[in-house]
Design a protein around this ligand. Sequence first.
Ligand code: C2E
Ligand code: MG
Ligand code: MG
Ligand code: MG
Length: 287
Amino acid sequence: DAKENGRNRRSFFEANMEDHVQSKDKLSRELRMALKNDELTLAYQPQSDTAAQRIVSVEALARWTKEDGTVVSPAQFIPVAEETGLINELGLWVLNKACAKAHDWPDVVMSVNVSPNQFKHPRFVEKVMAILATNNLAPQRLEIEVTESVFAGRNDTVLKSLRRLKNLGIKVALDDFGSGYSSLSYLRRFPFDTLKVDRDFLSDMDGNPEAEAIIVSIIQLGKALGMTIVAEGIETIEQIRFLQAHGCHRMQGYFISQPLNETDLAKFLEDFKKEHGGDFGREFAFK
Ligand code: C2E
Ligand code: MG
Ligand code: MG
Ligand code: MG
């Protein structure tokens, strides 16, 4: 009867909850070991200037392949690291590795993602300074990406840390703009160097006048505020043409390149220079 069904449904739900908690627990334990055993790596995704067609920056993205070959996506393990506090250790590992590698590619800025809990660590800025010093990297070579969620809750210390980073000469980017609880007041309260337009707008773009209007306004708004605008998730030549026509400064996405390992990135940077270098102003030359 109905009551019986209700009870079954509840126990089914509870069992699932337990599974969920257990797998998260397990993932977190495995992640801790992975960090210790050096099983994490970084992939680097190139970001191109729209007009000049040169690679101006690369975004470091964490990668984890388990011993048995299973790939765990950062969309899965970063939230777990955030919840368990492991994000501080993980994030410092990423920063350190990215800053060390930055010397291999002197022409590009190294962008690193920082999660809210990592960013809110009381000694975060000091740790970044220490990592730059250890790796002898100029602060201008580093960009820190935060998302709007870093502003949730009390955020006076967040603003203070953002200012400190900027005063040190580190670039600061607002990532995934427009995807969360966007508020334009963040843009007024802190002068981000870079605004990354969330790839949802770009995937919605094709022939959709609303999505196109939003992209165009974000570009204009960002420009009026003196920011560098980056469009994320570029997958088609039509998107590139659109962004070039509307003066978007930079773009990142599979059409330009997937995230690459160190060896492939070195090769990509060289090839890209050969194909596009010095071709300033030539339109639509991406192929
Ligand atoms: P994100 O910072 O917005 O990074 C961009 C994500 O979009 C990357 O996914 C990238 O592979 C993907 N992407 C780039 N171009 C395209 C495209 O043309 N089409 C599509 N469909 N996707 C594209 P990934 O590497 O899986 O990372 C997902 C998210 O995980 C990142 O989003 C970032 O929020 C987080 N993440 C990755 N590495 C780190 C890290 O080291 N620290 C922290 N705190 N977060 C990280
Ligand atoms: Mg990012
Ligand atoms: Mg993003
Ligand atoms: Mg994203």
